[in-house]
Design a protein around this ligand. Sequence first.
Ligand code: HEC
Ligand code: HEC
Length: 271
Amino acid sequence: MQRSSRVNLARAQRRGWGGRLTVGRGGSGAAPFYFRGRVRDALAAAGLWAAAAAAIAAAGGQRMREVNEVLALVPDSAHGAQIFTYCASCHTESVNRLPEGWVPKIAGQHPRYLVRQLIDYRHSVRWDARMEPVAQGHGVRGLQDIADVVAYVASQPAEWGGEAKAVSGNGRTFYDDHCSGCHGSGGEGSDARLVPRIAGQDFAYVLRQLHDVVDGRRPNMRASHLRALEDLDVVQLVELSGYVSSLRAHATAGAASLTRSQGAARVGDSS
Ligand code: HEC
Ligand code: HEC
């Protein structure tokens, strides 16, 4: 599916969408993971996948407009901190309400990526039984709330230390060949291109996302992403996730560089 979309960076830069990034904390260990039904295949068999893909593509322009609207707002980080007290019931390490691997690290993640994900959950093109209601009103009531909470979350000191564990050379080789072009050689991602930081992300979460992509359960992901993953077997996905989660994120890449760069670049993003 093809979706053309634009983020107005210049406006966002003027409004101070920076983001302080620090790194450090290691993550957690073993993965509870399982295969879901092959959603994409099931929809395809029912003749529904093409319709679902078309609907998602059609909604793409509207979603990127909303992302731009959020980025054009002046974020109130103090209000974002208040909102985050609600998010913290799941998004902290100390409170383990959900099984391991369910909740990603988000503190210090690239702000544009965070905005985009909240908008995608809001439009139900990223599927999750917890996050869709959060983004549709339970946690954030509207675009200003998204701006506020993302400004807060992205500016939080984050610990993306990389998990200390044995990593297979296969994971590294595959990552360098197939993933580093977008996610960066160190997994740092790119705020401007809405590519998430994945270095040091929770192992089980990464593994679950890769499965979800292959299973057609993360339909907002671009088709090229699916192609990069779909020929891998379980062992390879585990090796790849192990390698990614072991990487140590570069502290000053991504969001922090927003404040340095000038100019009226509008960045395209397609999927
Ligand atoms: C009930 C638990 C719960 C609450 C409350 C919650 N989250 Fe989440 N959040 C999750 C889970 C689980 C995921 C992973 C979902 C998935 O696999 O798509 C997630 C994913 C996310 C993501 C995507 C991160 C990524 O790396 O792609 C963002 C952004 C996010 N949450 C922000 C928030 C914000 C902001 C709030 C508060 C307004 C919040 N969440 C409240 C459980 C929660
Ligand atoms: C064409 C560029 C591109 C390539 C190649 C690519 N990615 Fe991504 N990746 C992205 C983008 C963009 C997103 C965010 C998608 C979205 O908005 O939902 C993403 C999302 C992810 C996520 C989800 C992160 C989160 O917090 O939920 C993981 C994990 C990931 N990629 C791993 C990989 C791995 C491993 C490879 C190599 C096999 C890879 N990617 C190749 C661009 C790419």
